[in-house]
Design a protein around this ligand. Structure first.
Ligand code: SAM
Length: 264
């Protein structure tokens, strides 16, 4: 059965356009994923199809009315009674690799997109299972965030990615960032692809990938190292880094890694 995403949004065209290309769209064609939108305006009765009103107590921005949102959620739940209801919100827990993977185990998701100044709190209290954020900043609506969630979650749905390996080896899968990648030509603007990648020696190549992954993470996101499952140690990584020439460090994207980063 397809993994079903139902998006509650006043801008369904934004969702459909963003998801109409690439892996997600292919997976829809192969019936691995299903995407549908519910517009809260369907559940309005006035001529302007109003979905928002002024906040009680004053303040900037309009607030989305509870009733059209409740009816939208009920319509989604009638399709999929067990689907988790997620409100995209800057106040939610940040989306992570682990969270995306866990959500892919659900039977489906209902993604509620706010607009304007946000939504009536009582909808969150009564109907939302979880609030999710894409990061500590505010965007104008939940639609782009919902697309990010759908893209990240769908990558874990079996069959969506051609090679199962892609999710296992990507950044964050083992807790570290991915090693750099190179393709043709072997020499480009004075930089050569690391020799080991032509050795045909898979064990050596994997060793190299793990070490460089460690170094890239140490340079860009040292906070991830302690929480990762890496078998490599700081000592091994330091030894390898010391043996690299300045040119080799540049080619690996390790320009700003410094001796003191290993002794912090
Ligand atoms: C302009 S925002 C409202 C922000 C709200 N007044 C607040 O300060 O929490 C409108 C909508 O965009 C979405 N949104 C904004 N920032 C987001 C973020 N970082 N992650 C997920 N959704 C976000 C939410 O659905 C929100 O209801």
């Amino acid at each position: 059965m397809a993994f079903h995403f139902q998006v509650i949004t006043v801008f369904p065209e934004m969702i459909q356009a963003a998801m109409a290309a690439g892996v997600f769209s292919q997976a829809q064609k192969s019936s691995l994923l299903e995407l549908s939108c519910i517009n809260p305006r369907e559940f309005t009765t006035d001529v302007h199809r109003t979905v928002d009103d002024r906040p009680f107590g004053g303040g900037d921005g309009m607030i989305m009315l509870p009733e059209p949102l409740q009816k939208s959620i009920e319509k989604a739940k009638a399709q999929q009674p067990k689907a988790k209801v997620i409100y995209l919100s800057p106040q939610g827990k940040p989306l992570t690799h682990q969270k995306a993977q866990a959500l892919s185990q659900e039977s489906g998701l209902v993604l509620l997109c706010g607009r304007y100044g946000g939504i009536d709190q009582r909808i969150i209290n009564q109907f939302v299972d979880e609030e999710l954020s894409t990061g500590d900043y505010v965007i104008s609506g939940g639609e782009l965030a919902a697309c990010v969630v759908m893209d990240a979650v769908s990558r874990f749905v079996p069959g969506v990615l051609g090679h199962k390996d892609s999710v296992d080896k990507d950044s964050f899968a083992e807790g570290l960032l991915e090693h750099p990648n190179y393709t043709r030509p072997r020499e480009y603007q004075g930089e050569s692809v690391p020799e080991v990648l032509f050795s045909g020696h898979h064990k050596k190549i994997n060793e190299w990938k793990e070490l460089v992954s460690y170094l890239v993470t140490l340079q860009k996101r040292p906070d991830l190292i302690d929480k990762s499952k890496t078998q490599k140690t700081l000592k091994e990584a330091y030894k390898y880094w010391q043996g690299l020439s300045p040119q080799e460090r540049d080619t690996l994207g390790l320009k700003t890694l410094k001796d003191e980063d290993f002794h912090g």
